[in-house]
Design a protein around this ligand. Structure first.
Ligand code: 9MR
Length: 389
């Protein structure tokens, strides 16, 4: 009963069910920025999105909707990418800053940009310990929100947000970052949600999400779960948990490996391939969801690497991630976490680091861009045959 009420609330907010996949293949007339950069006779340009399209892959990026006001930013976004993820604008803290008061402005803007440019949307994220609204965390801390009310609020949140965008989101990151970084790894008992509601909150969220938008691909998303840590313990734990979830009929449909790398740490592209393949072996889709590769830089403004070798290591690691995705047919999207160094979250979070994206601070493509383009070109067309005479 309660579920129906929440669905009705979504409808009352004026949100009709729109077939999202259909809108994602918008007509040529609505894709004009791309057509300007897509003049070849074959109808396929050298953009990341067009090369990837030839093998059924989508290339995405996190977006800051405010940046759409900058024409150069909007042009790169439209020309190069076929999936968008709101970096922050679908998080609970942003969409419901005061209880019962909603701000969908950033998310709406991004979804409509995507639909106008033949892009799909990755929704991010419904169940996470971070970027929760103050009214929620304060209420839980001071006891005015009980655990059972917290569960109801989560259910309502999922139905409200997914109901609003029902049919227009390709993949949803339903649950984000629940596993510990220890060896062995497991669901973090100290996580905000798990400590209050127990680990069963995660499968519950997936079941609600499936009811709220039955057409959306529902993802579990985390970092260091495909080749990034030496032990692979976190990947093992996530894999076992996914097996359990699927055995219980929980509608988990995909695994997102974030792909936040740093040139100072080891990383195995081969292991990433194996881990993605292993998830795919469970019948799941896989995706790289937040790729970036950071390194030490001179300062946060110019973001010039301090180590000469970093300009080789950075594109190499991007290329290794792309090759892992390309090798696994179930890998349906490769998303970077912002495409320009000026917009990246890295300098604000990692002292002394930056240079983490595909474009420099002036929005010029870097070697990492060429690396991905070359990988995609080879994947799309194959190497030309040798001529021996
Ligand atoms: O890019 C996001 C940044 O603007 C926020 O300040 C930050 C808050 O934690 O979250 C960033 O995005 C995160 C994503 O939602 C989940 N994986 C890690 C990302 C980087 O922190």
């Amino acid at each position: 009963m309660r579920r129906r009420r929440f669905l009705a609330l979504g409808a009352a907010a004026g949100v009709a069910a729109v077939p999202g996949v259909a809108t994602a293949t918008a007509s040529a007339a609505t894709r004009s920025p791309r057509l300007l950069a897509d003049p070849s006779a074959a109808g396929a340009s050298d953009s990341l999105r067009d090369l990837a399209a030839r093998i059924g892959l989508r290339v995405g990026t996190a977006v800051i909707p405010f940046d759409l006001d900058t024409p150069a930013y909007a042009a790169v976004l439209a020309n190069q990418f076929s999936v968008v993820t709101p970096g922050n604008e679908m998080k609970w803290q942003v969409v419901e800053p005061a209880q019962g008061q909603f701000d969908w402005s950033g998310a709406d803007r991004l979804v409509s940009f995507a639909e106008q440019h033949g892009q799909r949307v990755r929704g991010h994220t419904l169940l996470w310990h971070n970027q929760l609204p103050d009214w929620l965390t304060t209420g839980v801390a001071n006891g005015t929100i009980s655990n059972s009310q917290l569960m109801d609020l989560l259910e309502q949140h999922i139905f409200t947000e997914m109901g609003r965008y029902r049919g227009r989101i390709w993949q949803w990151d339903v649950a984000n970052e629940f596993f510990t970084d220890s060896n062995p790894s497991g669901i973090n008992p100290n996580d905000f949600w798990v400590s209050h509601l127990g680990p069963d909150v995660i499968p519950r969220a997936f079941r609600w999400a499936h009811q709220a938008d039955p057409g959306a691909l529902l993802f579990y998303n985390d970092y260091n779960i495909a080749g990034e840590d030496g032990s692979n313990a976190k990947s093992d734990a996530v894999y076992q948990w996914l097996q359990q979830m699927l055995d219980q009929g929980v509608p988990v449909m995909g695994v997102g490996n974030q792909g936040h790398l740093d040139t100072q740490f080891g990383f195995s592209g081969e292991r990433m391939t194996q881990d993605l393949q292993r998830y795919a072996g469970l019948g799941l889709k896989v995706a790289i969801t937040e790729a970036d590769v950071r390194t030490f830089v001179n300062n946060a403004t110019a973001q010039v690497p301090t180590d000469n070798l970093a300009v080789f290591a950075q594109p190499y690691e991007f290329g290794q991630m792309m090759k892992a995705c390309l090798a696994v047919p179930a890998c349906i999207s490769f998303t970077v976490w912002g495409f320009g160094d000026a917009d990246s979250w890295i300098p604000g979070f990692f002292t002394g680091e930056g240079y983490a994206t595909l474009y420099d601070v002036n929005l010029n493509p870097k070697p990492a861009f060429s690396e991905l383009q070359q990988d995609l070109r080879l994947a799309a067309t194959g190497a030309p045959r040798r001529v021996h005479t």
